[in-house]
Write a protein that binds this ligand. Structure first.
Ligand SMILES: Cc1ncc(COP(=O)(O)O)c(C=O)c1O
Length: 423
């Protein structure tokens, strides 16, 4: 894969220039939320000054606001390769949307129906489905292999049956980075007539998402993980969104997406999401033209967004290989997840590890004192840290790369970790 240097984009992110104790800050906390380009900040400010209104009004600000919201839905449809903008539902965040849609899906289910969830998932793709047990729905769970943190598809095959109505699975694990074979899982789920709900929150900043190729039924992501503001987005097949009975107030529209966009939305966040997608499309045009051949049939912004993902992967991959190579050399470091470089297309650049007898929180604090921001704990993927037997002792340290990170930052973080390990 060609190596693309995306470091020129850094100047577009004001937060990357901030210093702490007269030192640059290294943001390896992206899996918890990424930094935003100035264009996102500007779009949100512009919205609040020039178009701040509720929707459906006859006056200028309301009409302009509605145009921005419509453009944000179009932009997300392009990012995910949806059939239409009506398939895009905005909401507060992935967790809230999943609870709302799971309850609507629950209205279709009868006692004895089954749902399959996984231990590799964030709790936001588990708890909403587990709650349906209150309706008599049987919730089955599939395991992952603790050796490399990959899903046990054999267990999925064994648990799928004619009573299975839905499979809920993550595109990628926010704890250990594993990318799951979604297209294959879709085939398995559809073979028994089940719907597939995909949590793409962790995958979205790292790779191209194409709901047509994946052939899933619902897919959810969060703009604040891909360089936008705090918000959530669900894509659903139009006929399914139309069919489901939403929990809604009577005057709200009865068609998708209106029936699921409960109350007044964070309009400025939609303006910011539109700007984040525009940022990615521009990145794709500037740095990803060489990847165009990989995406036959795509044109315009949809092609530019695919090119952006290819460029991002090409930037992140060698950086992450360097990072993992350095981590594995540190004495006393335990690494969780896929570590074979030949299989790195099956993972995101998110590393989970522990350092000798130090608690993950201690390592996070020591790194933070040196200006390196990482997370420690379970990141709400509590089933993962439980399965790995690490929950009671503080989970893992998680250092995640984004496309704005550099080789110097990787090397600096490794130096810090070596220092901490030796201290
Ligand atoms: C994989 C994954 N799923 C779901 C969530 C929850 O997303 P939100 O904060 O938008 O509710 C997160 C957040 O960290 C995540 O990483």
């Amino acid at each position: 894969m060609p190596n693309v240097d995306l470091s020129p984009v850094r100047s577009q992110f004001p937060a990357l220039a901030l210093r702490e104790a007269d030192r640059p800050v290294v943001y390896f906390d992206g899996p918890g939320g990424t930094q935003v380009p100035q264009s996102v900040v500007d779009a949100m400010g512009r919205y609040l000054i020039h178009a701040n209104a509720n929707h459906g009004g006859a006056f200028r600000t309301s009409r302009e606001s509605d145009a921005i919201l419509a453009a944000a839905h179009e932009a997300m449809a392009d990012l995910l390769n949806a059939s239409s903008a009506e398939e895009i539902v905005f909401g507060a965040n992935m967790t809230t949307l999943t609870f709302a849609l799971s309850r609507a899906i629950g209205r279709e289910l009868t006692p004895g129906d089954e749902i399959i969830i996984t231990r590799l998932d964030h709790d936001a793709n588990r708890a909403p489905w587990q709650a349906l047990a209150e309706l008599g729905v049987v919730v089955q769970e599939i395991d992952f292999d603790p050796a490399d943190c990959t899903l046990r598809l054999d267990e999925l095959g064994a648990k799928l049956n004619e009573r299975t109505k839905l499979v809920a699975v993550g595109y990628a694990s926010n704890a250990v980075g594993t990318v799951n074979p979604i297209a294959q899982i879709a085939k398995m789920a559809h073979a028994v007539g089940a719907w597939l709900w995909v949590d793409a929150v962790h995958y979205a900043p790292h790779g191209p998402i194409d709901v047509q190729t994946l052939d899933c039924d619902f897919l959810v992501c969060s703009p604040y993980k891909f360089f936008g503001p705090h918000a959530g987005v669900v894509w659903g097949r139009y006929n399914l969104l139309e069919r489901l009975r939403a929990y809604k107030v009577r005057p709200a529209g009865n068609r998708p997406p209106d029936k699921f966009e409960t109350g007044t939305q964070a309009h400025e966040a939609q303006a910011g999401t539109l700007a984040a997608v525009t940022y990615l499309a521009e990145l794709g045009e500037e740095f990803g033209a060489r990847f165009a051949d990989q995406f036959p049939g795509f044109t315009g912004r949809r092609l530019a967004l695919k090119q952006a993902s290819a460029a991002i992967q090409s930037h992140e991959r060698p950086l992450f290989e360097r990072f993992v190579a350095g981590l594995l050399e540190i004495r006393g470091l335990s690494f969780y997840g896929i570590r074979d470089f030949n299989r790195f297309d099956q993972r995101t650049p998110t590393a989970a590890f522990r350092l000798n007898d130090r608690s993950p929180r201690q390592v996070e604090e020591s790194l933070s004192q040196r200006g390196v921001y990482v997370w420690s704990g379970n990141f709400h993927a509590i089933a993962v840290t439980e399965r790995l037997g690490l929950e009671a002792s503080g989970g893992v340290v998680r250092a995640g790369l984004a496309h704005y990170n550099t080789q110097e930052e990787v090397d600096y973080c490794l130096t810090c970790l070596r220092e901490i390990a030796a201290s």
